[in-house]
Design a protein around this ligand. Structure first.
Ligand SMILES: C[S@@+](CC[C@H](N)C(=O)[O-])C[C@H]1O[C@@H](n2cnc3c(N)ncnc32)[C@H](O)[C@@H]1O
Length: 248
């Protein structure tokens, strides 16, 4: 069952918000329990490899923001691996976030979840993230929506911040034209039917992240470039403490 509470966690600030999502927000609730199996039957272990590519290098993160993490397999793994990090996880699906809270059970005191459409979401004024994570979420937005979100996120970072991205890509070659593009088109059609997602093409998130002051630091590919995992970095205003490099 989905929880009616829109903001949960860190003990003190649970709140029931009346309309955290919009009429056109894609509805992933019904996929929450089967999502991992859908993923396994379509791409085997590759999406998981992509998500976890930079996980071992995230041990210095202290305040992380995870956007659209769905059932939370990545977030739960990050909490287990990095015992200092506190995480805000925002997703439009209450059922997905319930799954995350179950998975993160032992570490839930370092987790705050918020049910919200990320096209409307604003960071809290005091937010100061050193790690942003989006796995297979930016493809639910248009380029303009990613740009607006990245600009809002950028002002909520401090010192050096890293943004870890996993995404589908269409390589600019014969494989891209003849295989990757039809696969991506098919995925959009399927998610359009299953969730009401209206987006139909991959956003130019690189342009959006660059405009928000991030630059690409690391890049890995799987399945001939159909899947990419990247680390972007933004050098922000200096904090009084030392701004350490993570990852790598
Ligand atoms: C394709 S799933 C990806 C889930 C997970 N990050 C992964 O790696 O598999 C997209 C997730 O983004 C969320 N989502 C999609 N559009 C959203 C929006 N506009 N605002 C907030 N969350 C959204 C969905 O609820 C879902 O959990």
């Amino acid at each position: 069952m989905s929880s009616p509470v829109a903001v949960r966690g860190f003990g003190s600030d649970e709140a029931a918000l009346p309309h955290p999502v919009r009429n056109d927000t894609p509805k992933f609730d019904r996929l929450a329990r089967v999502y991992r199996w859908m993923e396994w039957f379509s791409f085997g272990p590759y999406l998981s490899r992509c998500r976890r590519a930079f996980l071992p290098q995230l041990h210095e993160a202290r305040r992380a923001l995870v956007l659209g993490d769905g059932d939370g397999r990545f977030t739960a793994a990050l909490l287990r691996q990095n015992t200092q990090v506190r995480i805000d996880a925002v997703d439009a699906s209450a059922a997905m976030l319930d799954g995350l809270r179950r998975r993160a059970a032992g570490d839930v005191s370092r987790l705050r979840t918020e049910v919200q459409d990320l096209r409307e979401w604003r960071p809290k004024p005091a937010a100061c993230y050193d790690l942003i994570v989006t796995h297979f979420f930016l493809d639910c937005l248009t380029t303009e929506e990613v740009s607006a979100l990245a600009a809002r996120v950028a002002v909520a970072t401090a010192g050096d911040a890293h943004w870890v991205v996993s995404e589908f890509a269409i390589p600019d070659d014969a494989f891209g034209r003849w295989l990757a593009r039809p696969v991506v088109t098919m995925l959009y059609r399927a998610f359009g039917v299953l969730t009401g997602l209206r987006v139909r093409r991959l956003p130019d998130y690189s342009k959006a992240l660059r405009s928000a002051g991030f630059s690409l630091q690391k890049d890995r590919k799987w399945l001939l470039g159909l899947l990419v995992a990247q680390v972007w970095r933004r050098k922000g205003r200096q904090t009084t403490g030392s701004a350490k490099d993570h990852p790598g």
